[in-house]
Design a protein around this ligand. Structure first.
Ligand code: NG1
Ligand code: MG
Length: 537
């Protein structure tokens, strides 16, 4: 197997600038947002931030269990132009923001962080927050993602009594919202970068005292920021948006800590994204789907650890990946176990999870447990369980599918490792048709598992992946959170045109779409570069 080439994640941010692939038509896009900013605000922006969306090739809903995933940044991105407001009005609060969006359906928003040292009271503590910014977590609002990025900059960089700048900003983007391509992470990353830059927390033009933030820190900030919008996501999207490199996918692992390495994609393999046009609005549905899955996988991990007699602290939210790690003890904690061991252990885990089935099964294939059963299986008291697993998140369910979710997670984690190994091996011994077939098979298995075990597909995604396979795709699956949004299909290079034609003619919602409208919903994608920015002033 080819040696792994790790990309150092904790490098300095300076390589976030520069190399803006010319083939991506950046110059045109950047000029046009700068001009639009000038037209609206009467001056040039000081900085433009760019962050791409991503497609996940394989590894769905396992990032928050801390298993490795395999996304790639796409060419579609979010741009934010930002500049200090020169003429402050008397009523301008420090750090006030006028946020506009090129898309007219997203209306202009004006907001400011509340004065510092405001008391925030939780059940047992009264603590002083330096900043407070209202973020609506009940409704999907475009400015929430801008605010989330800003808030992270405030609490990390404005702790010493300094005031942040009052700014105007303009957002534009080509990542479709609610489609599993991570428009949200792209927004949060771009916003974080924009607010860092305009507040002189990034080093302009590589001069002066050196960079003040690393890519790894930017990922961590963006992950924490996005959680403030109400979805308890893992770190895949933000890491892909920040760290990706052109021409390869990224293997991102979260255990024992965040790291990334590039994975070359075999020649002749083209990944085509097709949007089901079902919009999945996680801000509204998370308590029944996304956040519920996070809780189900955590509860499964606790019960499995108990079954395996592993040590877990009472208040600890141990993840499924950490349970596997604890089997190997300290060696795993430093990430020292070989991939072969992990693959073997994942197989063993698929057997061990029998312990997650209910004692009295309510029929073939019905593996759900009630809240009471789940608490009993965890060995905790009801109060302890609720405090650790339910006090920080809103979920609604009568049945918890611990067995099915864990089975998906372990098998999907194994498929990611196999996918990566095939790609690495293909570098030295290319036999393109076999390689593509093997990758396609893993993608199809992933789709079945997402649909049947993790239950994050939907009829339209199932239909679209089936149409894709009939139209010549070697593998096809949903990408991102699911419940709507996009599919990704693996197609041999020579078959791309015929594939797109067939899918366009067959998938109902595409009927009547032509040219640009059609290219917006089904398109081939090239792995693109990660976030970057440019100072104009
Ligand atoms: P999308 O579909 O981009 O919202 C979500 C999560 C990821 C990951 C995938 C499922 C967010 C911001 N991201 O992605 O962390 O868990 O689902 O693999 O919620
Ligand atoms: Mg998202």
């Amino acid at each position: 197997m080819a040696a792994e080439q790790p990309i150092p994640v904790y490098t300095n941010l300076s390589d976030l600038y520069g190399s803006l692939g010319t083939s991506l038509n950046h110059a045109e896009k950047w000029n046009s947002i700068a001009e639009e900013f000038q037209r609206r605000f009467g001056r040039k922006p000081a900085y433009i931030a760019r962050a791409p969306g991503r497609v996940n090739l394989i590894g769905e809903h396992i990032d928050y269990c801390l298993f490795g995933v395999l996304p790639a940044a796409i060419e579609h991105d979010i741009l934010i132009a930002i500049g200090r407001r020169p003429n402050l009005y008397a009523e301008d609060a420090p750090g006030s923001v006028v946020a506009e969006n090129v898309q007219t359906k997203y209306t202009r928003q004006v907001f400011a962080p509340a004065p510092r040292r405001r008391a925030s009271v939780s059940e047992e503590e009264v603590r002083l927050e330096e900043w407070h910014l209202d973020i609506n977590t009940k409704q999907l609002r475009w400015e929430s993602y801008v605010k989330a990025g800003y808030y992270g900059v405030l609490i990390n960089y404005f702790t010493g009594g300094q005031d942040p700048a009052s700014v105007d900003l303009l957002v534009t983007g080509t990542v479709p919202a609610g489609s599993g391509l991570s428009s949200s992470a792209a927004m949060v990353v771009a916003s974080t970068l924009a607010f860092l830059a305009v507040n002189e927390k990034l080093e302009a033009n590589f001069t002066g005292n050196g960079p003040k933030i690393s890519k790894g820190q930017l990922v961590e900030m963006a992950v924490a920021n996005e959680k403030r919008v109400g979805v308890n996501s893992g770190g895949m999207d933000q890491a892909a948006s920040v760290i990706s490199v052109p021409s390869s996918a990224l293997y991102i692992s979260f255990f024992p800590e965040l790291s990334a390495s590039s994975v070359p994609l075999p020649t002749g393999a083209i990944f085509i994204i097709a949007n089901s046009l079902v919009v999945s609005d996680k801000a509204v549905t998370a308590k029944h789907n996304y956040n519920l899955r996070v809780v189900e996988t955590l509860a499964a991990a606790r019960i499995l650890a108990r079954h395996l007699e592993l040590k877990v602290e009472k208040t600890e939210k141990v993840t499924l990946r950490e349970v596997v790690g604890r089997l190997a003890g300290e060696v795993e904690e430093v990430g020292a176990m070989p991939v072969e061991w992990l693959l073997e252990t994942l197989k063993r885990m698929e057997r061990e999870i029998e312990c997650l089935k209910p004692k009295k099964s309510s029929g073939e294939g019905q593996f759900g447990v009630t809240m009471e059963e789940m608490i009993e299986m965890s060995g905790m008291t009801a109060d302890e369980f609720k405090e650790v697993y339910l006090s920080w998140v809103e979920v609604e369910a009568t049945q918890f599918q611990l067995y099915k979710r864990a089975k998906h997670v372990f098998s999907e984690a194994s498929r990611v490792l196999q996918f990566r190994q095939i790609c690495l091996a293909a570098e030295s011994s290319p036999s393109p048709s076999d390689v593509i077939k093997d990758l396609g098979k893993l993608m199809n298995e992933s789709q079945t598992s997402c649909d049947e075990l993790f239950q994050c597909s939907c009829p339209e995604l199932n239909e679209l992946t089936n149409i894709a396979k009939d139209a010549g795709a070697i593998g096809s699956r949903l990408t991102g959170a699911g419940w709507g949004g996009c599919t990704v299909s693996l197609v041999a290079e020579g078959d791309v045109d015929a594939f797109i034609k067939k899918v366009s003619a067959t998938y109902g919602p595409y009927k009547g779409l032509q040219d640009t409208a059609l290219r917006e919903v089904i398109f081939a994608t090239k792995p693109s570069s990660g976030a970057c920015g440019e100072f104009l002033l």
